[in-house]
Write a protein that binds this ligand. Structure first.
Ligand code: GLY
Length: 348
């Protein structure tokens, strides 16, 4: 069954429809300790969920590991889940990634529904079938591509989300705007991210998810155009890993910094318009600040880029735009170009 994404106006009804359409002798809800407190009470009394068993994990990406996965499998087994049971993942990307993988592997696969509760999970993690866990010190090292039956999007969850997490998810929306078209990009960089209006964000979120959905539909296993979704991520992952060894930053902040660097390379190497580079950089600097790297950090960052799992032959690979919406995947860049982009990132 193709993944169905519902931009929900009536959450209770839409969830009931989704559950009814999925085979389910028993229903389970996977939460982390935060969504258990903040989100679960809002759905637990719904018809069809009163009897659902709840499985709770510790929050944060640090726990997206084999222990937590084993905990989910063990709980499913202990509560008597069968091949016809249903798992509902209620949480951020950690819950939808790990829950999706647990469901995809339990008795060779049971149905699951994603209810993303963070902006990052809504626009990225919960859509497109990437599931998995971190392993051996590497992020998302073990996993499978497998779609949830439904993703139910509802901005009501964002009311409890802090500013940093809103901004983190918004960076992926900005990325979608850049790979989509100028109108979407302009709407995004004109949005007041200091005082985000959820009613205004709602249609932007739906459009953003549509961009991702269209790309994933063309290339579900990331052999080709899905690589466009890695825009900003070659530098972004390196920044994220660098920060992890010092003061960790949220994924979307790293992506926003990565967008600055990779758009700079696109402008110098492939003629991406400098006015659009400047406007995007201004927006990112205003809401995401800067990362305090110095030229002494360049070699470490380059080392992380070489280890990126998108690479082959130890080359550094990025997605470059010649214009907004004009995507060139699999572009090899030199270490010199990386250093120039890092100079630009630091000095703007
Ligand atoms: N996060 C990028 C993708 O789903 O392909």
């Amino acid at each position: 069954m193709k993944q169905r994404i519902i931009s929900s106006k009536n959450f209770q009804t839409d969830l009931a429809i989704a559950i009814a359409e999925c085979e389910h002798d028993k229903t389970f809800i996977l939460v982390d300790e935060h969504t258990k407190e903040l989100c679960l009470p809002l759905i637990k009394s719904f018809h069809g969920l009163k009897k659902a068993d709840v499985i709770t994990l510790k929050a944060s990406d640090l726990h997206k590991d084999l222990n937590s996965l084993s905990h989910v499998w063990t709980a499913l087994q202990a509560y008597g889940a069968t091949r016809h049971s249903l798992l509902i993942n209620l949480g951020g990307g950690m819950i939808t990634d790990l829950g999706g993988f647990a469901a995809s592997t339990f008795k060779r696969g049971i149905n699951f529904i994603n209810i993303p509760t963070t902006l990052l999970a809504m626009v990225d993690a919960s859509v497109g079938g990437k599931t998995g866990i971190n392993f051996g010190g590497l992020k998302n090292e073990i996993g499978v591509f497998n779609d949830s039956s439904f993703v139910i999007l509802n901005t009501q969850w964002l009311k409890t989300l802090d500013t940093e997490n809103i901004r983190s998810g918004y960076a992926e929306m900005l990325k979608h705007g850049l790979i989509a078209n100028e109108t979407m990009w302009a709407d995004l960089i004109n949005f007041d991210l200091a005082n985000p209006n959820l009613d205004q964000l709602d249609p932007m979120l739906a459009k953003s998810v549509e961009i991702k959905e269209n790309i994933v539909e063309q290339d579900p296993k990331e052999k080709n155009i899905r690589k466009a979704l890695n825009l900003g991520h070659t530098f972004g992952h390196a920044f994220e890993t660098w920060a992890m060894h010092r003061t960790p930053i949220l994924h979307g902040y790293a992506v926003a910094y990565g967008l600055i660097s990779e758009l700079f390379i696109a402008a110098t190497k492939r003629g991406f318009p400098t006015d659009k580079l400047r406007q995007t950089v201004r927006f990112i600097r205003e809401y995401y600040g800067v990362l305090p790297i110095t030229c002494d950090d360049y070699l470490e960052l380059i080392e992380y880029m070489h280890h990126d799992k998108k690479n082959r032959n130890n080359e550094i690979n990025v997605t470059l735009l010649t214009e907004i919406g004009n995507i060139h995947i699999d572009q090899i860049i030199t270490e010199e170009e990386v250093k120039e982009a890092l100079d630009f990132f630091r000095e703007g």
